[in-house]
Design a protein around this ligand. Sequence first.
Ligand code: ADP
Ligand code: MG
Length: 347
Amino acid sequence: MEPIIQMSHIDKTFKVLKRREGIKGSILDLFSREHTLLQAVNDVSLDIMPGEMVGYLGPNGAGKSTTIKMMTGVLEPTKGDILVNGRVPYENRTKNAQDIGVVFGQRTQLWWALPVIESFKILKDIYRIPDRVYKDNLEYYDELVGAGQLYHKAVREMSLGQRTLCDILAAFLHNPKVVFMDEPTIGLDVSMKSKIRTLVSNLNQSKGTTVILTTHDMGDVDALCKRIVIIDKGTVIYDNEIEHLRKYFGAYRTVKFKFKANRKDTKGMVAHEADEIRALLAYKFPEAETLQVTQEEQWVQLLINEEEARMMDVIHSVMEQKEIVDMNLQEISTEKVIQKIYEGGVL
Ligand SMILES: Nc1ncnc2c1ncn2[C@@H]1O[C@H](COP(=O)(O)OP(=O)(O)O)[C@@H](O)[C@H]1O
Ligand SMILES: [Mg+2]
């Protein structure tokens, strides 16, 4: 089988205007525009096979979006060869569009004022989607995530989560071979994230769609991707199965608590909450050697390795001891995992 995406020694360099400081600098800038070169992507080579779901990870500014823009044909590489669906993306933008779908988090591709179903009809015309395929897809979407109740709602009246869901449905509507998703789950709550994971995973499996996903949420990657590629400062630093990295994120969970203040608590005494919880957990879970308790203002934060102590058991113990007024379960960020990989000497 041939790769559906082939990138070979791709560079992308941007020419950026050098800005001088202060008023004098701004005036100088008006007369002479000095440019510097910024290398956003540096010698990236990637082969992606049909049907793969790849997590494309990296810190902010690493070059993820630039890579995706080259794959979709929005940007032309400065150097190197790129083929998507057997075509050079930037030379065949119209033809290429027929075979790809794109989702950019927080930026909708749908018509703002129209009910979603009207946007879908426009897309049906643009992509010449056969009636049968169109109808089947709408039914399938409804079956998967109950999308039917959103079809007649205007996009501007939707929550961010509903809109993102519809954006993803729109991207898959013409049964493209590849779908690119650039931070689709940014700003979404846990239940909407989980709905989106179900949707994308089912679409990938039932249609064999290749998916390239960037995200800061390790939970997304864990739920969807077998393979992850990590890019840092424009260079690929890791390309392998997610399984090899599981020890860096798999068992770790973070939970934050805010407790009801005792009447006698003064501001200075809040710091003792973390000590109190640390002592309690050390007593209740002697095996949990890597458990960390930290405090940031009114929040007490726990980092739990679930191989040592179950999250639910820890929460129960804390609840027995203290009155909780707010609690927040957090996802492990991809940044944290990348940092651990560096520290762990894998790279
Ligand atoms: N159109 C552009 N012009 C100049 N610099 C850009 C442009 N797009 C991105 N960059 C720069 O390229 C680098 C990589 O950006 P990007 O690919 O958006 O990173 P990521 O998506 O991983 O956060 C950043 O330093 C960014 O500022
Ligand atoms: Mg980006």
